[in-house]
Design a protein. Structure first.
Length: 218
């Protein structure tokens, strides 16, 4: 289906050779270069270079980092950026469909990947937006060595719901179907722009096409 309004990162999945290759990805501009008059659905982040993604490997359980996750939320909640803290690198960003001031940002501190729910709080003299972190979820602690993030384009009970964000486990069956659903979804949240929070939600009825999926395991 080609009904999805937001396209963050496109993947070309090649099953026959046993490896997954990333499709060519568009250049994503740094947050400070976005002008107030622009309405790109894909925002910030440096240029993402396409690289070969290793073959699927059996899922393995990784150590939990609950304490680190809580520390990350406390540390970055309320942060206004850019500029980012020195330890933070932005991987991608997107504007939540149906809003003109809320975005999702996938960032890393070199150890863990986090998803920030952020709101535009104003514009600088050059027209670039200032963002404020409203909520933080850690997306590294999935327990899967083939983990992916689908930050948009998900459907709930047959209706597109752009506020749904999920992590999932990628396997051959999911690749063949082209959709993450059912037990392959590990966690799901609603990016609630009214409350400014990521709200955990039941995964039942959620379907997420893989076109905008992002690998979480380096």
């Amino acid at each position: 289906m080609n009904k999805y309004p937001l396209l963050v990162v496109a993947f070309a999945f090649v099953l026959s050779c046993g490896q997954i290759k990333e499709a060519d990805t568009p250049q994503i501009l740094p947050a400070e270069t976005i002008q107030s008059s622009d309405n790109p659905h894909i925002l910030p982040a440096g240029t993402i270079q396409p690289t070969d993604i290793p073959p699927l490997t059996p899922s393995v359980i990784v150590p939990s980092a609950t304490t680190a996750s809580q520390d990350n939320r406390s540390k970055y909640l309320g942060l206004t950026y850019p500029p980012y803290p020195e330890e933070i690198s932005e991987l991608l960003g997107l504007l939540i469909s149906g809003t003109d001031d809320y975005g999702l940002f996938l960032v890393t501190n070199g150890v863990q990947k986090m998803l920030w729910l952020s709101q535009i709080t104003g514009y600088k003299a050059d027209g670039s937006p200032s963002w404020n972190v409203k909520d933080v979820v850690n997306v590294s602690d999935t327990g899967s060595s083939n983990a992916i993030l689908v930050p948009n384009d998900c459907w709930l009970n047959g209706q597109m719901d752009p506020a749904i964000v999920v992590t999932g486990s990628l396997d051959e069956e999911t690749l063949a179907a082209g959709t993450l659903t059912g037990g392959k979804i590990l966690m799901a949240w609603r990016a609630n722009t009214a409350s400014g929070l990521f709200e955990p939600m039941d995964t039942a009825g959620i379907e997420c096409p893989l076109e905008s999926a992002v690998r979480l395991n380096d």
